[in-house]
Design a binder for this molecule. Structure first.
Ligand SMILES: [Fe+2]
Length: 298
């Protein structure tokens, strides 16, 4: 663990995707996932889970692409100070005004592996609030990124942003957090550059069955789970969005307490106390449920 200071950010704010059919993908995220569109224009759609102005940016593109990941900086952060800090770290930050609706100022940084990050302090609220239809998750939780530059990207998260290491699976998938969630990002080292999955937190476990029913009616089969992972112990189910970007819906993720260097105790933990560790690649579901769908290569 090389992390030595408090994280500069406290949550994953949004994910930006290039999509091949904007109206089809917008319809899935609005009608099936139950996100609310808060702005559109220039071939783009901005969608909110319900609190912040947007948690997802969809941009019409020739092929599916991973555009960027947005993080909200700690309250009181001075963007000029943050920009100077990035330069001192050897990065090339760019200040942008009104680049997104609802975000007056952001700082864009290209991190290792061509991963584009956007950082901001202020984002407007979603005036329409939470949807009352579709799955309507509670919040955007985390992102899993596949990159051939995993070691360097991990250093960016840890040494520049202050993320905590919380677990890894076989040294290939590394879990990192900037808040109480077991992970806010999962960095997967493979010779590809893409999103592995985007994860939304549900209200409770009963919400999983409601969500799976809604997905089934929408012709979006649940491909893996719901089942309890080992790493993070989240109860997770996965399906594909219209461009075959994997979407995770989860509850009961482990809560990390940095001062303890351990997770809050849970009856389903393997260790007491449960601390960050390396899991075996075959340790995918604690329930030993069998799935034909290969979650690792998907
Ligand atoms: Fe996940």
């Amino acid at each position: 663990m090389s992390q030595t200071f408090d994280p500069r950010v406290f949550q994953l704010g949004y994910v930006g995707l290039g999509v091949t059919d904007l109206s089809r993908t917008r319809d899935y995220y609005a009608s099936t996932m139950g996100l609310v569109e808060t702005a559109r224009g220039d071939g783009a759609s901005f969608l909110s889970v319900g609190a912040e102005h947007h948690n997802l940016v969809l941009q019409q593109a020739d092929e599916k692409t991973f555009l960027h990941q947005g993080y909200q900086l700690n309250a009181g952060t001075d963007l000029a100070d943050f920009t100077r800090g990035a330069e001192a770290f050897g990065l090339a930050p760019t200040r942008k005004s009104d680049a997104h609706p609802g975000i007056p100022e952001l700082v864009e940084i290209e991190a290792p592996g061509g991963n584009v990050f956007q950082f901001y302090t202020e984002i407007a609220v979603a005036e329409q609030g939470y949807s009352r239809s579709g799955i309507s998750p509670m919040r955007l939780g985390h992102l899993a990124v596949v990159t051939p530059e995993a070691a360097r990207l991990r250093k960016f998260y840890e040494d520049f942003l202050g993320f905590h290491y919380t677990d890894d699976i076989g040294g290939v998938a590394t879990f990192l957090t900037c808040n109480r969630d077991h992970h806010v990002v999962n960095v997967v080292g493979l010779p590809e550059s893409r999103v592995h999955h985007i994860a939304f937190e549900l209200y409770n476990n009963a919400h999983h069955s409601t969500a799976c029913d809604i997905l089934a009616r929408a012709g979006k089969p649940t491909l893996w789970g719901p089942a309890r992972h080992y790493s993070g112990h989240n109860l997770a189910g996965y399906h594909y969005d219209p461009d075959q970007v994997m979407i995770e819906l989860y509850t009961e993720m482990d809560i990390y307490v940095p001062a303890a260097g351990a997770f809050e105790p849970r009856p389903w933990h393997e260790e007491n106390p449960q601390r960050p560790m390396s899991w075996k690649p075959e340790q995918m579901t604690q329930w030993e449920t069998s799935f034909e769908f290969d979650l690792v290569t998907a």
